[in-house]
Write a protein that binds this ligand. Structure first.
Ligand SMILES: [Zn+2]
Length: 188
């Protein structure tokens, strides 16, 4: 496995529409290698999610996942809210459930050290392939739903700045830590 270089905002690969994979292609060695490398890269940079275009591969694949923070005894509910099950999704298709939205902070490994508030659907259903090429369907809400929406946007060349209703909340990481959060904010 190896740690891949992450494309930063301005690189055209982040603005391209990524290509879907054929089911037969998913089990191929290069794709399995890419998935392993993406998982390792996400872990190395302590990301919550990572989409293939962020590592210069214009394919409809993303990985996501973060364990709950067990050290922090405060805000138990919020910590649970900020854990995301480990997932590898290929050709994801999102359907919004209900009309509820949530407004929360986001960051991005391709836009380092910046945070901003984004409104997203609170609950979604996702159809995709897993890394073994099986069809899967998952329901997600809260932070997990947010991460899936952020990563799926990457596959369409969309960055979280594009989703901000206003740039008023754009914040550098130091100031975010100082004024807006007690927890280190994750990047996706
Ligand atoms: Zn991102």
């Amino acid at each position: 496995m190896s740690i891949l270089k992450v494309a930063r905002m301005g690189h055209p690969v982040l603005r391209a529409r990524a290509k879907p994979l054929e089911p037969a292609q998913i089990k191929s060695d290069p794709v399995q290698q890419l998935i392993d490398d993406m998982l390792e890269t996400m872990q190395e940079y302590q990301g919550v999610g990572l989409a293939a275009p962020q590592v210069h591969a214009s394919l409809r694949i993303f990985v996501a996942g973060v364990a709950p923070n067990l050290d922090d005894e405060e805000d138990d509910d919020e910590d649970e809210e900020h854990s995301v099950p480990l997932m590898v999704l290929i050709n994801p298709e999102i359907a919004v459930i209900g009309g509820d939205t949530a407004d929360d902070w986001e960051g991005c490994l391709s836009i380092p050290d910046i945070r901003g508030r984004v409104t997203r659907a609170r609950e979604i259903k996702v159809k995709a392939y897993d890394r073994r090429g099986r069809r899967i369907e998952i329901n997600a809400r809260g932070f997990t739903a947010r991460v899936i929406q952020h990563e799926t946007d990457h596959l369409d060349g969309v960055l979280f700045f594009d989703r901000m209703a206003s740039f008023e909340t754009l914040t550098f990481l130091d100031e975010f830590g100082k004024y807006w959060s007690r927890r280190p904010a994750a990047e996706e």
